[in-house]
Each structure stands twice: as C-alpha cells, then as structure tokens.
Design a protein around this ligand. Structure first.
Ligand SMILES: [Zn+2]
Ligand SMILES: [Zn+2]
Length: 654
C-alpha cells in the first residue's frame, strides 16, 4: 500500500507507535491522476497549513490499481482508482478492489500502525472521480465517517457518460453502479446522514454540465432533509488550481467536526473518573421489562452497591442479542419479570465489593453469562473439555445475585430481577466477579461488547467445539450474526468450502464477503435441503452448524454431515418444549451431534484474548455492527431494528 501522509507537528509522538490516543484523519481521494503525490504537490501548501491549524492528519492514498494495469486502450479505464468500486468483471477484477482498500485495508493499517483514525475519527473528501468516491463511500456507511466534502464530484454517475462507461466496465452494467451513486443513495434515505455536506464546483468547469450533475444530488437531498452547501465558484475550472484555492475551507470544515467527535470519544473512554459513588446506591436509567410481550419501560432504578465478590459497573455500550428478544417475547417459560434484560455489553468498573481482587475501578470488562470461577474444587473450570462453570448457576437462573438477593429496585422500592447474570440494559449493573472478563482499554467498548455473546459463540463453535481443520468443508444454517461469525471462523481456520444456507437471499452478500463459497436458498428447493447439500458434495460436509434454533433445521444439519465422520453442532436456542429427532442410523453411520454454549470459550480467560486479536487487526468485527443508537431510551429502537431483520448487531451507547 502506498500513501502520502501529512502529520501536524503536535502528533509526531502519536504516530511513532508510542501514542495511544487516536489521531483524526481526513482521507483525500484523487480523480484520474491518483498517485500519492498529485494532491500534495498541487494543493499541498494550502491544505497542510490548514491541517496544522485544524490539528488533523491528511492521508493521500495512491489509488491506482495494484500489481499492474491490464492492457486496455482507454485513458480513463486502465488507470484511475477504478471509480472506487470493487470490480467484478475481468480483466479488472483482480487488481481493482478500491472500495475495500479505502474502507477497510487502509483504515486498518493506519489504525494499527499509527493510531490514526481509531475510534471512528475519519473524514473523507475528494475531487472529480474522487469526489464521487468520497460521497458514495460516506453515504454507504455514514456511521464510519465523521464528515464528507467534495470538489467537482461526479454526483450522479449512473446518469452520466463517465459513470455509465465505468460501471459497465467494472461491474458489468450501469444498474450495479446504483449502489455506488451518491444521488441514488441519498434519494433512498429518510433521514439526513450528516449534519452538512460541503461541495465546491467551478462554473467554468468543462465537465460540469454533462458529467458532474450536482443539481441532481441537491434534488435527491430534499426528501431526507440532508443539508448540502454547494458553493458555485465563479471562473474556476476542473483543475487543481481550483482545489488549491479552496482546500483550506474544506479542511476547516472537517477540522471542528473531527475535534467534536474526538472530545466525545475522550469523554466516553474516561466515562468514569469520579468514583465517589462507591459504597452508595446509584439512581440511574434502565429499561425494565415488566412482563412478557409488553414493551420495556423507561424507569429510574436504584442500583445497590456490590456485596462481597461482586462488581458494580457502568454500562458503556449494549448490543442487543436474540436471547433478550426471545425472553421479552415470552418464549422463555422460565423468564422472570420484572427484570432488566441485556447480556452483551462493554462496561467500566465503578466499584468493587469485599474480597474482589481481579478487577478494580476504571477497568474495562465484558460481562459473561457463562462465568469462570477458576476454583481448584470446580471440576468444570479445571477441565479443558468444557466452559460450563456451575458455581452461580442456580441463583443466576433465579434472577438473583449469588447471595440470593437482588441489587435493583424500582421507584417504589420493589425488587427487579437480574437476567443471565448480566442485566446490561441499565446505566449501571452489578455482576459477580467471576462473570467479569477484564479486557484491554485499546478496543472501544462499543466494539468490544460484541464478544459478550453472539460473535464469540459463532467463532468458538468452529474453533473450540468442532475444532474445524484446514481444508475442511463446512455448512452453516442461518446467516444472522452468529452464522456469519461461524463463516468468519471457518474461513480463518482454513476451510476450503463454506456453504451458507438461509431462506433470505439478502443475507448471501455478507456471507460471501466473509468467506462463504456457496449459497443455498433453502426455500427455493424441491428436495429437502440436506439432500441438496449431500448432492453438492457426494458424501456431505465435514462440519455443519445450526444457527437458527429450529429443530427441523437441526435435523437437516445433522443429516448432511459427512458419512463416517461428519460433526453437526447446535448453536441456536430452540423454542421451549421442542425436541430434536433423527433416525439412529444417522449416528451409527459415523455422524456426531453436539452443541455449544458461548462457543466453548472459558470466558474470563478467552474473551480478553479475542479482544486482543481484534486490536491487532487479526479479527475484524466492525461488519457485525449494522445499527448504532444513543441512550438507554433508544434500546427500544435496537429492538425494532432486530425485529425488522436486516440487523446483525444494534449497539446502543449508554
Ligand atoms: Zn446472546
Ligand atoms: Zn468454575
């Protein structure tokens, strides 16, 4: 990867690798002439002076295709950033994966090596084709970018000759380009995605009337109310002289927005600096589930101080998991109400009870519904074969702390039950010390929280429960967050073939992105899915995973496991009262049926390791976060998002 980087003086220590704090960055995307020096030479002096002033770095990637250019006789195709898409057509497919480069590879490299752009401190801008790149990349994933601006952008590429040619060449047809067209993306939005978008356009630009079409973008912005400031600059054309003249105002546009985000991140990572609440009850906001099948209520609750062996934590981020919904919807006959749900969260320790030594105030922890007591007398903790520590099982199941009492009370002083030993849908909660996995502070808790349940479960089912080997074949039933984590884990384990099965074909794209090699829409088959998969593979697949909780699917998963040695793993939680069945002959002929809880990970030992791998860039998890919300109240929006179906994980910052 080649890129230019301008770093203001104040950050020189930060990027030598010693800095822990994130450095804000503005990505600059060039047009056709897209090496790493073009912008720096032509617009550098004004841009860098402004960057020094604003306290932001500027990253200028070389976005020409890697490993050579196919021999194409066209000045605007062979070189030139491939329109910031991932080409699907030959001969471009191999070297033109520019979308992934800008949105994943380069940010990861900058974050892990230089602390640049961590915690979402990234903005994006560009010129011409790069202006199109900036706008479309930002609009495709607004939560990953603080702000966006552009010079003379190609605003509606599917409606102009340049875009038509590029999309047809790189993606096979113009329609496929709609997913990368800022005007199309913006016209589909109901709400604004940025507080403001800044565009500069010269009125003497020779491409303005036919290729750039900023008016189309302005029109598309009306529905969502997206504010766009379009500066028409008198007498300027498409050249870099235009950029050099106004780049200062663009840097000054992004600077304060990045600074604001940086302040938010700082405030949040030091969410607790005041520990004077120790020993006292805390009144705070919580979502209380009063009864099954009822909406949760916003209430003020009292959270008592931790007793011996307990830890009180401030919940920073809560990710919604299907088990919360399952209980709320009344499918769990043992569900206790009123309770505070939530079990996938990232927290900071506020205070600890008597005898607690493994964590201290200020530590970052992930609550684990599967505890790990580590006692010499605990045959489960001492055995490498399992992670199921029973130490607090009975009280946890009864919605209480290990001493048999609760720490939550409502306004009238009435007790509220705990849930799965976690109850993270509150600003504060109390956990057993043996349920706290202490993790590095280098991963933001809004990401780290994902390791509290679904993602860990999927990865662990592959790595621990089934120990999938390199070159194995794998089938995954159900492509929610857990199923996708199974695919990611199987790919990392070196599986040679990964068959993704679902009844919703919209899920196949993410599955393939993570490593699935085949996708099967089981609702479209005229034979049972197990028969179909066996026919794809001759004898079945080495490992199958049920991530649906549907007992008929569990049966199908077992029955397409490989004759002689296939293993099928149940991950999904079945509705109460449902039973699995198959003919015993399926097991006699060599298949193994097993299940997993929390992916077999020993929680306090293994969750910190998963977090560390993520920090090192070896275990990306950002793709699981599809929705973000703020405040305990908005937990309800997360519930709606999960019910709507297109959601993998909705993370709510408290
Ligand atoms: Zn869960
Ligand atoms: Zn134990």
């Amino acid at each position: 990867m080649t890129f230019g980087l301008y770093v203001p003086k104040r950050f020189s220590a930060a990027i030598d690798g010693s800095g822990k704090d994130s450095v804000p960055v503005l990505f600059w995307l060039s047009g056709l002439t897209c090496d790493d020096t073009n912008f720096a030479m032509k617009a550098g002096p004004s841009a860098f002076a402004a960057a020094e002033e604003a306290g932001i770095t500027i990253c200028m990637p070389d976005t020409s295709p890697r490993d050579g250019v196919p021999n194409v006789d066209a000045y605007d195709l062979g070189i030139g950033a491939s329109f910031y898409v991932n080409a699907t057509e030959d001969p471009f497919r191999k070297n033109y994966q520019m979308y992934t480069y800008i949105t994943e590879e380069l940010p990861t490299l900058l974050e892990t090596n230089f602390s640049i752009g961590k915690d979402g401190l990234r903005s994006i801008a560009g010129h011409s084709m790069g202006g199109h790149g900036a706008l479309s990349i930002a609009m495709k994933d607004p939560s990953s970018w603080v702000s966006v601006s552009a010079f003379s952008p190609i605003c509606n590429p599917t409606a102009c000759p340049w875009g038509e040619k590029a999309f047809t060449t790189y993606l096979g047809n113009v329609d496929a380009g709609k997913a990368h067209d800022a005007t199309v993306l913006l016209s589909a939005m109901d709400d604004p995605c940025f507080d403001e978008i800044l565009i500069d356009q010269g009125n003497k630009d020779e491409f303005y009337p036919d290729q750039l079409l900023p008016e189309n973008l302005i029109e598309a912005a009306k529905k969502s109310g997206q504010k766009i400031t379009l500066n028409m600059r008198n007498g300027f054309d498409h050249s870099y002289y235009f950029i050099a003249s106004f780049i200062g105002s663009h840097v000054a546009f992004h600077g304060p927005r990045l600074a604001k985000k940086q302040a938010e991140v700082a405030a949040w990572s030091q969410a607790i600096t005041d520990f004077s609440t120790a020993g006292k009850p805390i009144k705070c906001k919580a979502k209380v589930a009063r009864a099954a099948k009822q909406p949760m209520c916003d209430e003020e609750v009292t959270v008592d101080p931790p007793k011996a062996g307990e830890v009180r934590v401030k919940v920073i981020a809560n990710a919604l998991c299907h088990t919360d919904i399952y209980t709320l919807d009344g499918h769990d006959p043992e569900g206790l109400f009123p309770c505070i749900l939530g079990h996938e969260a990232g927290c900071v320790v506020e205070s600890v009870g008597e005898g607690v030594t493994s964590v201290k105030p200020g530590d970052h922890v992930i609550p684990c519904y599967t505890p790990q007591c580590c006692e010499a007398s605990c045959i489960f903790c001492q055995s490498p074969k399992t992670n199921l520590c029973p130490k607090i099982r009975s009280t946890q199941g009864a919605g209480k702390m290990p001493d048999g009492t609760v720490r939550f009370h409502d306004k009238d002083g009435k007790p509220i039950y705990h849930f799965m030993g976690c109850s993270t849908m509150a600003e504060y909660t109390v956990l057993a010390e043996i349920s706290c996995a202490k993790i590095s502070k280098d991963l933001p808790l809004e990401k780290a929280c994902l390791f509290g349940c679904g993602v860990s479960t999927g990865l662990g089912a592959v790595w621990n429960t089934c120990k999938v080997e390199a070159n194995s074949t794998v089938a995954v039933f159900g492509l929610g967050a857990v199923g996708l984590a199974v695919i990611q884990g199987a790919k990392m384990a070196g599986a040679s073939r990964i068959i993704a099965v679902d009844i919703n074909p919209n899920k196949f794209k993410s599955a393939c992105d993570l490593g699935a090699t085949d996708c099967v829409d089981s609702s479209k088959l005229d034979v049972p899915v197990q028969q179909h998969i066996v026919s794809m593979t001759k004898w079945g697949v080495d490992y199958t995973f049920d991530c649906t909780g549907i007992v008929s699917v569990m049966r199908a998963a077992l029955e397409c496991a490989h004759r002689g040695w296939g293993t099928s793993c149940i991950i999904g939680v079945a509705a109460s009262g449902h039973e699995i069945s198959t003919r015993p002959f399926q097991l006699v002929t060599g298949r193994t049926w097993k299940g997993t809880a929390f992916g077999g990970f020993k929680s306090r030992r293994d969750v910190p390791k998963l977090v560390q791998r993520c920090i090192e860039g070896k275990l990306p998890i950002d793709h699981f976060i599809t929705h973000r919300f703020d405040g305990v109240e908005d937990t309800t929006k997360a519930v709606d998002a999960l019910h709507a179906g297109a959601c993998l994980r909705a993370v709510v910052r408290y």
